[in-house]
Write a protein that binds this ligand. Structure first.
Ligand code: NDP
Length: 244
């Protein structure tokens, strides 16, 4: 693969799970990578020690914190060429048991974050005539999932955002795409009770969970110069579980 040596990539929620695999994939492809996280210092320290990738701690749902962090990353590494909006959380319950806090926390982390980070890098990308924004949605944003009205709404919101920003940015050399992973073997999925997970895997035509590296490979492609004609799209990577 061509090395993208001069480019800077930021991956939110980059210290664990899918984000960590994305960071490593981008680093291997030659990018200077910044990984962000919220609170798990131990995981961030371990990740940084293993990969040599710099980490930045802030809440992606907080616009002012994002602004400060983007300034720091730009100072440390240079202007952001590639933004991967990956940070996400779940707070699952049927709607009749969902609290306003569960709703707010999920929308704050999964959707407000996409506005915050994209808003803070888009002007620079427009000025420089190049950019890649890659948003990590979910199969459950496409298909809906009982027990996840908050998460499904936030992840579906990302798809609309992606299409609108792609239209605004296409003439400026900026592509904006979404990836909708199916069930991937990370801490988020390991938190699902084993008996539920067994039933989920049984419904996946390839009969296994996905690997974080399988999402990372698509991100590396979408970040590259070769992907310049792909924009506004949602790439489903779900083992055949759902065809949108
Ligand atoms: P993990 O739970 O393994 O990792 C989440 C990462 O996001 C961590 O680095 C975490 O930081 C960070 N994070 C969480 N909240 C915030 C916040 N408010 N501000 C900054 N960083 C934050 O998640 P996954 O790797 O499983 O998921 C990554 C993305 O992929 C998410 O958007 C998820 O919704 C999506 N996805 C995952 C699927 C799966 O099967 N795993 C399926 C479909 C989509 P910290 O370590 O400090 O907590």
């Amino acid at each position: 693969m061509t090395k993208e040596t001069s480019k800077v990539a930021v991956v939110t929620g980059g210290t664990r799970g899918i984000g960590a695999a994305i960071c490593e994939g981008l680093k291997d492809a030659g990018y200077a990578v910044a990984a962000t996280y919220q609170g798990n210092d131990e995981a961030a320290k371990k990740f940084s020690a293993n990969t040599g990738i710099a980490t930045y701690k802030f809440d992606v749902g907080d616009f002012d914190a994002c602004e400060e962090a983007v300034k720091k990353i730009t100072k440390d590494l240079g202007p952001v060429d590639v933004l991967v909006n990956n940070a996400g959380i779940t707070r699952d319950a049927f709607l009749h048991k969902t609290t306003p806090k569960h709703w707010h926390d999920v929308v704050h982390t999964n959707l407000d974050s996409v506005f915050n980070m994209s808003r803070l890098v888009i002007e620079g990308m427009r000025e420089r005539g190049f950019g890649r924004i890659i948003n990590i949605s979910s199969i459950n944003g496409q298909a809906g999932q009982a027990g996840q009205t908050n998460y499904s709404a936030a992840k579906a919101g990302i798809l609309g955002f992606t299409k609108a920003l792609a239209q605004e940015s296409a003439s400026k050399g900026i592509t904006v795409n979404a990836i909708a992973p199916g069930y991937i073997d990370t801490d988020m999925v390991r938190a699902v009770p084993p008996e539920v997970l067994e039933k989920i895997v049984a419904k996946i035509p390839v009969k296994r969970l996905g690997k974080a590296e399988e999402i990372a490979a698509m991100v590396v492609f979408l970040a590259s110069d070769k992907a310049g004609f792909a924009t506004g799209a949602t790439f489903a990577i779900n083992g055949g579980q759902y065809f949108s």
